[in-house]
Design a binder for this molecule. Structure first.
Ligand SMILES: Nc1ncnc2c1ncn2[C@@H]1O[C@H](COP(=O)(O)OP(=O)(O)OP(=O)(O)O)[C@@H](O)[C@H]1O
Length: 271
């Protein structure tokens, strides 16, 4: 592989096989995620989008295959051994996954404490406060508990935690699920603006067609236990696959196109 191509591939998955008992979820799955892109990952419910993400971040050990992130293998690594790659990514799990007994600020401080134990408490608070505001939350959200936040605020708090270590790579698992359309669009704008200003690469699992049209550079489609296609939405639409056609050209897909047509194109928004 050309050196340039290797450097520009942040995540490289080859021949991935995952399963639970008799159930095979992935078989021969390949995927490349390029530096600086927002890659949308779509597929029917249960096609293994979250399992793929968990495999990439080392939380699920595959039966077969290779996964490299930043050019390093992530499979079967001891936590201490993979610390230098783990601190280069941030993860927002489905539902935000905040610890309910900790404040927003304490939630954001958790990964910092894990990777940099011994940091001064005042400094930790200061970093957390900065991350909270960076995700569009009011500063007074920091001392609140998750139960005191709206759904959209919880997502932002989860994002603040994912950004705690200034990652280069961000994993988002259905970040707009459960948000109203305005809240979802605002979260998309936030993701795009952070990606642009921080130069992030984003692995975005979503069912939200509006998000795909609004912010994704490319989309990977999971079906039949593997990634059956990756490309821009236009490239995917040119393919004659029934699920892809149904998904993007069905009534909801057409509505998303119409809604995207009323907004500036993503290219324009990137200026
Ligand atoms: N820990 C586990 N133990 C057993 N089965 C699991 C486990 N995790 C996932 N699965 C199964 O693997 C399959 C893929 O799950 P996954 O959560 O990745 O799907 P998904 O594509 O993210 O779905 P959704 O869009 O509904 O969130 C499902 O059938 C699920 O039941």
């Amino acid at each position: 592989m050309a050196r340039r191509e290797q450097e520009d591939t942040i995540i490289r998955v080859r021949g991935l096989r995952n399963g639970f008992g008799e159930q095979i979820v992935h078989d021969g799955l390949d995927l490349d995620v390029r530096r600086g892109e927002i890659l949308g990952v779509v597929g029917g419910s249960g096609t293994g989008k979250s399992v793929l993400m968990r495999s990439v971040v080392g939380l699920q050990t595959p039966m077969e295959g290779t996964i490299e992130v930043f050019g390093e293998n992530t499979i079967g690594r001891e936590e201490t051994d993979s610390i230098n790659i783990r601190k280069r990514w941030g993860v927002l799990f489905q539902g935000g996954a905040l610890f309910s007994t900790l404040t927003v600020s304490e939630n954001v401080q958790l990964p910092i404490k894990e990777f940099y134990p011994g940091l001064d408490a005042a400094l930790l608070q200061e970093i957390a406060a900065y991350k909270v505001v960076m995700t569009g939350l009011p500063a007074n959200a920091a001392p609140k508990y998750p139960s005191e936040l709206s759904g959209g605020m919880k997502k932002r708090a989860g994002l603040a935690r994912a950004l705690a270590l200034d990652p280069e790579l961000l994993f988002l698992d259905e970040p707009t699920a459960g948000l109203d359309p305005i809240g979802a669009a605002a979260f998309d704008e936030l993701t795009l603006s952070l990606q642009k200003t921080l130069g992030l690469t984003v692995f975005l699992i979503t069912h939200d067609l509006d998000s795909l049209y609004a912010i994704c550079d490319r989309v990977a489609v999971l079906a039949d236990k593997r990634v059956i296609a990756v490309g821009t939405i236009d490239e995917l639409l040119a393919l004659d696959h029934p699920w892809i056609q149904e998904y993007f050209n069905g009534p909801r897909g057409r509505a998303a196109v119409a809604s995207a047509g009323n907004k500036p194109a993503p290219e324009d928004k990137r200026l």
